[in-house]
Write a protein that binds this ligand. Structure first.
Ligand code: NAD
Length: 365
């Protein structure tokens, strides 16, 4: 992307705003992208990363903000898509004053952008930003936030898996199904007990041997080497580690009927989603089935503040969302990743039209 093409890119994908923030006194350089606020305030975490160039940072903020629009729309959450990126090394350049300065910028936006944690930031920095602005969603439970979200994300992934099982095997029971789980971090380690409780046979893998040991000691599961887990013969592959795991090299090696996991950006390229569909493997679009954490986390924006029961009920609806998009995929003969985008776009369009009609009605009064 070049400076000249930024507006062209924003026009093509219908972005609303792009803010560039600078505070020399604390070394802050950040970009805030607002994609679409039809459903509600643009929401998305603050990422801190050593970008090779300023353009890379701008492009990442824009791309991630658009992804958030689709994620919330498909999840039925009334929030829009936004993202903030800080140019810097999260291991060396974090400071209270830097995050407080960013908090003041976000405050000046008056609530069109709400932030949270992302790669390179933690709940500690969210506390610093909260000192300057109320527009911080992800906070520790002691600050009125939802606390850790890995468990809710895992629950949502398993709901998505049930919808896939219903489509592939005509029952959403996971009893007796073999599930290969890649990655035993915050999400994968919570997926395993849910699957074991559902009666699935679970095979796990992680590059961190200690995590594998903890899980195999705690549950009746087996382990496979990291370089074999994606090709492990199973009913379901559950990627909970890296992005790009569905690609030209892995696709011919998959020996499963379903792929459903939390990892972000699982398709290395869009055409991998088309390819996997053509091979008859049911792919659960990542941003749909991994939305549990964000549904849980943003529940505190509802009237009355955070309510665990309501939050988990909303997370459980990932099952219905996944079932709807499988229906769209089958009826329209399109891959599931495209059906997910359509589902999101149709919801935004419907709300946009309803708002326009309501505005016209008000004008007539
Ligand atoms: P995490 O960093 O806690 O865990 C990732 C795990 O994957 C680590 O244990 C790591 O050792 C392991 N791993 C890395 N490479 C591997 C490989 N080649 N083979 C096997 N294991 C490998 O991350 P997380 O929070 O559990 O998130 C997992 C994925 O889900 C990420 O892609 C993340 O972006 C996505 N995600 C997470 C959440 C959440 O609530 N945490 C929400 C949405 C999406």
């Amino acid at each position: 992307m070049t400076m000249e093409s930024i507006l062209g890119y924003m026009e093509r994908y219908d972005y609303e705003n792009l803010f560039i923030c600078q505070d020399r006194s604390v070394g802050l350089r950040a970009v805030i992208a607002i994609h679409d606020t039809t459903l509600g305030p643009a929401t998305g975490g603050t990422r801190m990363w050593t970008y090779p160039s300023e353009m890379d940072a701008i492009e990442d903020a824009l791309r991630l903000a658009r992804g958030m629009t689709y994620k919330y729309a498909a999840a039925g959450v009334n929030l829009g898509g936004g993202k903030c990126v800080i140019l810097g090394d999260p291991r060396r350049e974090k400071s209270e004053m830097l995050f407080r300065a960013l908090g003041r910028f976000i405050n000046r936006l008056g609530g069109i952008y709400l932030t949270g944690e992302d790669v390179g930031t933690t709940l500690r920095e969210m506390e610093y930003m909260r000192m300057e602005t109320p527009y911080v969603v992800t906070l520790p439970a002691s600050w009125g936030g939802a606390g850790p979200i890995g468990g809710a994300t895992a629950f949502g992934v398993v709901q998505g898996m049930k919808a896939c099982a219903r489509a592939a095997y005509e029952t959403d029971s996971l009893e007796g199904r073999t599930v290969a789980v890649q990655g035993l971090g915050a999400v994968g380690s919570e997926v395993v007990p849910l699957l074991v409780r559902a009666g699935a046979r679970v095979v796990v893998s992680d590059i961190d041997g200690e995590k594998v040991e903890t899980i195999t000691n705690g549950y009746s599961v087996t382990a496979a080497p990291p370089d074999e887990i994606a090709a492990h013969p199973a009913d379901i592959f559950c990627p909970c580690a890296l992005g790009g795991i569905i690609n030209a090299e892995t696709i011919p090696r998959f020996r499963v009927k379903i792929i459903c996991g939390s990892a972000n950006n699982q398709l290395r390229e869009e055409r991998d989603g088309t390819d996997i569909h053509a091979r008859g493997i049911l792919y659960a679009p990542d941003y749909v089935v991994n939305a549990g954490g964000t549904i849980f986390d943003t529940d505190r924006l509802n009237p009355g503040g955070f309510n665990r029961e309501r939050a988990m009920t909303n997370v459980s609806r990932i099952l219905e969302t996944m079932a709807s998009l499988i229906r769209i995929s089958r009826e329209e003969g399109i891959p599931t990743y495209r059906a997910a985008d359509l589902l999101a776009e149709r919801r935004i369009d419907a709300v946009r039209k309803a708002k326009a009609l309501a505005a016209r009605g008000e004008a007539r009064l």
